[in-house]
Write a protein that binds this ligand. Sequence first.
Ligand SMILES: *Cc1c(COP(=O)(O)O)cnc(C)c1O
Length: 417
Amino acid sequence: MKIPFVTKEKIEEIAMSYPTPFHIYDEKGIRENARKVNKAFSWNKGFKEYFAVKATPTPKILQILKEEGCGVDCSSYTELLMSEACGFFGDDIMFSSNVTPDQDFIKAYELGAQINLDDFTHIEVLEKLTGIPETICLRYNPGGQFKLHNQIMDNPGDAKYGLTKDQMLEGFKLLKEKGAKYFGIHSFLASNTVTNDYYPMLAKILFELAVELSQKTGVKIKFIDLSGGIGTAYKPQDKPNDIETIGEGVRKVYEEVLVPAGMGDVAIYAELGRFMLAPYGHLIAKAIREKHIYKDYIGLDACAANLMRPAMYGAYHHITVLGKENQPCDHKYDITGGLCENNDKFAKDRMLPKIDIGDYICIHDTGAHGFSMGYNYNGKLRSAELLLKEDGSVEMIRRAETPKDYFSTFDFTGLFD
Ligand SMILES: *Cc1c(COP(=O)(O)O)cnc(C)c1O
C-alpha cells in the first residue's frame, strides 16, 4: 500500500491558497533520503551525488540537495544557468550532455564544471572552443545488450550515447597528449531499475575498464560516475531499492577490482535523479467531470501536460483518492485529463473507491520527471510547485503559469491597436 505524505484535510487547507492542480514535494522525505544515499557511500572518500537537474529543475529543490552535500548534473545551457544561480560552481557540477552546442560547452568550461564528453569527436570540438581542461570525463557505451541475471535490462547497442571501448582508449591517449591530468569514466546503461544489483553490476564493468585504461595509457583516473538509473517502486507491489545494500554491493566490487590494482583512491560519483526525488512528489488534482459511456471516466483538472509519463511510456502511477484511503476499490475507472489526445489518461481500468466530483486525487511518485517533462500542448498551462516543509508549513517554490506567460513569446503590440 502506498500512503500519501499529505492528508485530505491538509490538501483542503492548501487549496484555499493554491488552487489545484499542483505538484507538492516533501522536504523531510527528500532530506532523509539524501542523507541515506550519502551514508550508503560514505566508505568512499570522494563520493558525491550530482543530482540530475532535468528530473526536477526547481531552484528550491536544488538548494535543499546542496545543503545535503549534493552537486548537480547538468545537460544543457539553461540547467547550467540555474545551477550557477543556485551557487553551484566548479567540482559541484558534472556536465553530462550529448549533441552539445558550442555555447553549452563554453558555459560549462567557464563554470569550471567537470565535463563529460559523449563522443570522440567532441575532444577536438572542446579543444577548439575552450582548450582541454585539467579534469575530463568520457562516457562509455559497451554496446550489445545489458543483462542482469540473464534478463535483458536495456540495449546499449541501440543507444545514441557514449564511446566504444576502442574510442575510450584512443580518447584517453589523445586527451593525455593534449594536457588533461585527471580522468573520469561515466556510463548509464539502464533506466529506472528496481533491483539492488544494477549499480554493483555497472560498477564491475566500469572498474574493470578503468583498470585496463589506466594500465594501457598510464592516465590517472580520478572518478567513476555510475550516473542515474536507480529506480522507483511505482507499483505498490514493487520492492523499493535499498540504497544501503546498493552502496555495500558497490564497495565489494571496489575492493575486488580497484583496490588490488592500486586504485583505491578513485572517487565514486552518482547522478541520481529519480531515486532522489520521485517518491517525494505528488501531483494533486481535483475530479471536475465524470462521464459514463462504454467505460467510466473521471476527468481531472490536471492533464498529461502536468505529468507526461503515463501518456508517453504507459507508465504506472499509483493513485489515491484523498479521504477515501480505507474505502473498498470497487469501481473501475479511466482517470483522464482534458487534452484532445486519447492517450491523456493517468490510469486505465484502475480499481478505485467511488469518486465524486470535487474529490482530491493524489498521483504518486511525481517528484522526478514529472513537472519537468511538462509542456503547453492545447494551451494548457504549467502548474505551481509547492514545498511541504519540515515544520508542516507550505511554501510556493514555483508559481503557476498564467496566460500572459503563455503569450510572452509574442509581441501583440500593433495587433490590437
Ligand atoms: C537522466 C539522466 C540521469 C538521471 O537519471 P535517473 O533515471 O533520473 O536517475 C543521470 N545522468 C544522465 C546523463 C542522465 O541523462
